[in-house]
Design a protein around this ligand. Structure first.
Ligand code: CMP
Length: 133
């Protein structure tokens, strides 16, 4: 078993899609082992996306991530990180494969409904960011 982090973003919480997304994850054999609902501060959003420091989209991304509720959760299954990237789909919903979460409900490259960790190393860091006790 391995673990990864998914965040439901403000464009999805404002459309009341939390249950829909969790249902899709559970049907894909993920167990939700930790979950919370919160509003990110600008500082928290900037720290979370520090890897994108210097990128032209960072300021807009940070602003968007603080516009509403987010739902970070820890998901567990075999091959959790890679399987979740497949289920979530490409960053830009117009490039996402049919049947992926972003194809289905993503609005655009920024408001793409969910974030998923891109490696085991980053999953561990991102899980600690939200759930370190
Ligand atoms: P996420 O998986 O959360 O990781 C970084 C986020 O930056 C990405 O999803 C998008 O929401 C956002 N973003 C906005 N513009 C871009 C871009 N041009 N390239 C990559 N990510 C972008």
């Amino acid at each position: 078993m391995s673990r990864t982090l998914l965040i439901i973003k403000p464009d999805a919480t404002e459309r009341d899609m939390v249950g829909h997304i969790v249902s899709r994850l559970e049907k894909a054999r993920y167990s939700v082992v930790e979950m919370r609902m919160m509003n990110l501060t600008t500082e928290q959003a900037r720290e979370f996306y520090a890897v994108h420091e210097g990128k032209p989209f960072l300021d807009d991304l940070v602003a968007f991530m603080t516009t509403g509720r987010v739902v970070p959760m820890v998901l567990e299954k075999e091959n959790a990180v890679l399987d979740l990237r497949t289920l979530v789909g490409a960053t830009n919903p117009v490039n996402a494969d049919c049947g992926t979460i972003r194809y289905e409900i993503g609005r655009n490259i920024e408001k793409n409904s969910v974030h998923a960790s891109d490696s085991d190393e980053n999953a561990a860091k991102e899980i600690a960011f939200f759930f370190d006790k």
